[in-house]
Write a protein that binds this ligand. Structure first.
Ligand SMILES: NC(=O)c1ccc[n+]([C@@H]2O[C@H](COP(=O)([O-])OP(=O)(O)OC[C@H]3O[C@@H](n4cnc5c(N)ncnc54)[C@H](OP(=O)(O)O)[C@@H]3O)[C@@H](O)[C@H]2O)c1
Length: 332
């Protein structure tokens, strides 16, 4: 049986999730794709960490070792920060390797460039995992855009913020205690700045904007506010009025302007995001024909994020197989 050769960049929460998911779903993948999916290499930063990786897989700190592998089909990128992720993916694309990324900071900053280069080099780029983890919002929007015009998106795009707000309301915790609990449960990073300042949700909103209209608002004009200043008392007052604080990333696509914000908003019980609790993410999309749709699900985590990446991978392999078949038929 022929083989699809893949490499992973990063073996942290997400990279390890992709590794396990490929191993545990090998039979399903083989049935879908007609080939064995073989992980041939993994890029990491720290050689001294102990990892459970098959001995026949190359584990390296040198990207050159990976990019030089003959006939590599797909690279999964799950490292952190704008660089070196951007440069690695550009090199992969130039070599005709398909890429799948979970790296939202990198993709919010460089997604446009990567998509363009991927088109020029006739490879595909999957980025479902960058936004709302396991929630299939990217493919839903792509599907809607075939006919609908999307007019507005509102989302709870950061599970840590939503968890903190939920705990502050339900268990009357202070912000500091709720944050500590989020860290203890492994929801918040050791440095939770991007989560609680709204930056993480902002990156995801910019990725959605790029997807919907191939453009992002001027970043300096987007209001970005986190949840740090919300007090337990304010939450209690809102609750007495039947309202809740939600941290909402929002963008409206008007004819001539893009209006975007990321901030805590008080919502009534009839708001589509009112009942989204804990670490869940949700995105409410308004579109010209379909009206309002809300998608909800796990916005982060090892397997939810791996699921989004594997779905992208399957799409890419199936799409390129169809393309090759069409090319072959047109030559005949
Ligand atoms: N965690 C989630 O639920 C989630 C959800 C959606 C998207 N994401 C995105 O997915 C990416 C990975 O997140 P994560 O939670 O898996 O992070 P993580 O647990 O910190 O793992 C990062 C991995 O990348 C490796 N790495 C970092 N910098 C590197 C470099 N310069 N060269 C080579 N390897 C490098 C690290 O190597 P070492 O192991 O050697 O340190 C580690 O294996 C991030 O961009 C994140 O924003 C995460």
């Amino acid at each position: 049986m022929s083989v699809i050769k893949v490499a992973l960049l990063g073996f942290g929460t997400v990279g390890e999730g992709v590794y396990s998911a490929i191993q545990s779903h090998q039979a399903q993948l083989r049935k879908l794709l007609g080939k064995e999916v073989r992980i041939v290499a993994i890029l990491i930063r720290d050689q001294t960490k102990e990892r459970m990786i098959d001995a026949n897989i190359l584990v390296t700190t040198n990207f050159e070792d990976i990019i030089e592998i003959p006939d590599l089909d797909v690279i999964f990128e799950a490292i952190v920060g704008e660089e070196p992720g951007r440069s690695y993916l550009l090199q992969a694309i130039e070599k005709g390797i398909h890429v799948v990324t979970a790296n939202k900071e990198m993709f919010a900053n460089h997604g446009h460039e990567l998509i363009q280069r991927a088109q020029e080099n006739e490879v595909n780029i999957g980025f479902e995992a960058t936004t709302a983890g396991g929630v299939p919002i990217i493919r839903t929007i792509k599907q809607l855009l075939q006919v609908n015009q999307i007019t507005k998106i509102q989302g709870i795009l950061n599970g840590t913020s939503n968890f903190i707000l939920t705990e502050m309301r339900e268990r009357k915790l202070s912000f500091a205690d709720a944050l500590q609990l989020a860290q203890n449960k492994g929801y918040a990073e050791a440095d939770p700045t991007n989560d609680i300042s709204g930056i993480d949700a902002f990156y995801k909103l910019m990725i959605l904007s790029q997807l919907v209209i191939n453009q992002q608002p001027n970043w300096s004009e987007v209001i970005i506010d986190g949840i740090k200043s919300i007090t337990q008392e304010q939450i209690e007052q809102a609750e007495k009025r039947g309202q809740r604080f939600k941290h909402i990333a929002e963008i409206s696509f008007n004819d001539h302007s893009l209006v975007a914000s990321v901030q805590p908003i008080i919502v009534d019980s009839n708001h589509p995001l009112y009942s989204i609790e804990g670490v869940e993410n949700a995105i409410a999309v308004e579109a010209s024909l379909v009206g309002k749709i809300t998608l909800q699900g796990p916005g982060a985590g090892k397997f939810a994020t791996a699921s989004a990446m594997i779905e992208d991978f399957v799409d890419i392999i199936q799409h390129s197989a169809t393309k090759k078949r069409r090319e072959y038929q047109s030559i005949k």
